[in-house]
Design a protein around this ligand. Sequence first.
Ligand SMILES: CC(C)(COP(=O)(O)OP(=O)(O)OC[C@H]1O[C@@H](n2cnc3c(N)ncnc32)[C@H](O)[C@@H]1OP(=O)(O)O)[C@@H](O)C(=O)NCCC(=O)NCCS
Length: 150
Amino acid sequence: MIIREVTVDDGKWMYDTRNQPHIVEQSLNSNSFSYQSHQQWLSNVLTDSCKLLLVGEVEGERAGVVRFDINNTVSTVSIYLSHEFLGNGHGTCLLKQATAYMASLFTNVDVIRAEVLKKNQPSMHMFEKCGYQIFFSYEHHVEYRVKVSV
Ligand SMILES: CC(C)(COP(=O)(O)OP(=O)(O)OC[C@H]1O[C@@H](n2cnc3c(N)ncnc32)[C@H](O)[C@@H]1OP(=O)(O)O)[C@@H](O)C(=O)NCCC(=O)NCCS
């Protein structure tokens, strides 16, 4: 898998992918949004120095997206894969490679957190395989945390 930073040219693909049912179902915020508001959101993210948006490509095809929201030493991660790449270890690979990329740019980050719905077993499994542990359990979701290893 190759990791690179998202550009505006990825906007349409991201919008279509983000609206795939398996992703909407597992989102903490499952509100729908227009293409125009998505593009506005994307251009804000791309100019925000505290956010990092990465795309993972497999054999030249865009497979998934990882976003890091950085707040001093804590980074919040979210991740999704397009449906045709599910269930083959690509999520784990993308998370690991994207984390290494983020850590090389944001050397002050020492903790990464993620919020995952309890019904989202593949995602919980993926985060645990990457060393994340449950930090807090809410009614419907858990907060995972991992220390960034240097
Ligand atoms: C979360 C996501 C990125 C994982 O990607 P993936 O490539 O399917 O995951 P991986 O194959 O790397 O790992 C998933 C693990 O969960 C396991 N798994 C799959 N379905 C499972 C289930 N129903 N119950 C328990 N474990 C399950 C897999 O076997 C795999 O473990 P293994 O490698 O030990 O066999 C992907 O499912 C996705 O995009 N989901 C929709 C968006 C989402 O949920 N994002 C996370 C919210 S932050």
